[in-house]
Design a protein around this ligand. Structure first.
Ligand code: DGY
Length: 329
């Protein structure tokens, strides 16, 4: 019998083509609506492999339902939507899509920083609304980016790639990370500082840290209070790293100058969320890695990982390193 692969969002046919010959492939046929939990549960029961997205909650219920499940390939570098402990216990390989999305996500992060600092979205809306009457000296004046201080929280591959972009803008680079990165310090002139120092000194605080129990609500009201009143906060990591109510209060109290957000505590964010009412907030729908080229690469990597695991080999980008293939039906 051919192994069964279930895909939780509609992916392009050309990406799936190579799979059809050797596997039974079934897919939730909608691009923007998540697969309902009861359907996912039923599919997990039958599946040898799941290709999931970051909006799917792959918890104990799903993983234990998957009696034959050998691999979950998540179309994201983050994997906080998957219960790794249970996956380990069940002998299920969990894979993500690092590397292929690094540059694209760094581009978006820097674009968000620039858009927020230079008020690009506000300015574009201003022109389209027919409000532009004359050139004026301080019309939509934003903040400079060049020669300012960027503080990167989470110096992984994406953080490093954002730092490279910052270097091109002659920025002073501070970073905070679980471990120091001497090569990055040497190559890019980045300086390791404590979280408290970064928050106080940076003009742009860029959050790229993964979501873990330790980083949840790392950005509290107290933290925002310590930032410069001219500081701009950028989040392209995970929403729950930030206490959103605290961010809103800090913006309203003008304790910081603006925020550029690609991620939110609850996604999709509701259109009447108070943060979206603020002109100094630039909000995007979690599109960090969303270029055509990169998304196709990510899909291919997921498929590659699935095939490798189904052939009882070690996948390229395994998250749970302690995983060992176990013989399942
Ligand atoms: C991911 O893939 O985890 C990131 O959120 C990129 O958008």
């Amino acid at each position: 019998m051919k192994p069964y692969i279930y895909i939780t969002r509609k992916l392009p046919d050309e990406v799936l083509m190579p799979l059809q010959k050797h596997y039974v492939v079934n897919m939730w046929e909608q691009e923007e609506v998540p697969v309902p939990r009861e359907i996912l549960l039923g599919e997990a029961e039958k599946a040898d492999a799941l290709l999931t997205v970051l909006a799917d909650t792959i918890d104990e219920g799903i993983l234990t339902a998957g009696k034959n499940l050998k691999v979950v390939a998540n179309l994201a570098v983050g994997f906080d939507n998957i219960d790794l402990k249970v996956a380990n216990r069940q002998g299920i390989a969990v894979c993500n899509t690092p590397d292929v999305l690094t540059d694209t996500t760094a581009d978006l992060t820097f674009a968000l920083l620039m858009a927020t600092a230079r008020r690009i979205v506000e300015a574009a809306e201003f022109v389209k609304a027919g409000k532009w009457e004359s050139w004026s000296p301080l019309l939509l004046a934003g903040q400079d980016i060049h020669h300012k201080t960027i503080g990167i929280v989470g110096m992984g591959k994406i953080g490093e790639t954002v730092a490279k972009r910052a270097k091109g803008f002659d920025m002073n680079i501070l970073y905070h990370n679980r471990s120091r990165k001497p090569e990055i310090e040497q190559k890019l002139g980045a300086m390791y500082v404590s979280f408290a120092e970064l928050v106080e000194k940076a003009d742009f605080i860029v959050c790229l840290t993964p979501l873990t129990p330790d980083t949840k609500h790392m950005f509290t009201r107290d933290v925002f209070k310590k930032m410069k009143s001219s500081a701009i906060f950028i989040n392209a990591g995970r929403g729950p790293v930030v206490d959103e109510e605290a961010l809103y209060e800090a913006l309203v109290a003008e304790e910081i100058a603006g925020a550029g957000l690609d991620v939110f505590a609850k996604e999709p964010i509701s259109a009447d969320h108070p943060l979206l009412k603020l002109t100094n907030v630039v909000a995007l729908p979690h599109i960090g890695s969303s270029s055509m080229e990169t998304r196709v690469e990510m899909m291919r990597l997921c498929i590659d990982n699935i095939e490798v695991v189904l052939n009882r080999k070690e996948p390229k980008t395994l998250v749970n390193k302690e995983w060992k293939p176990v013989i399942k039906a």
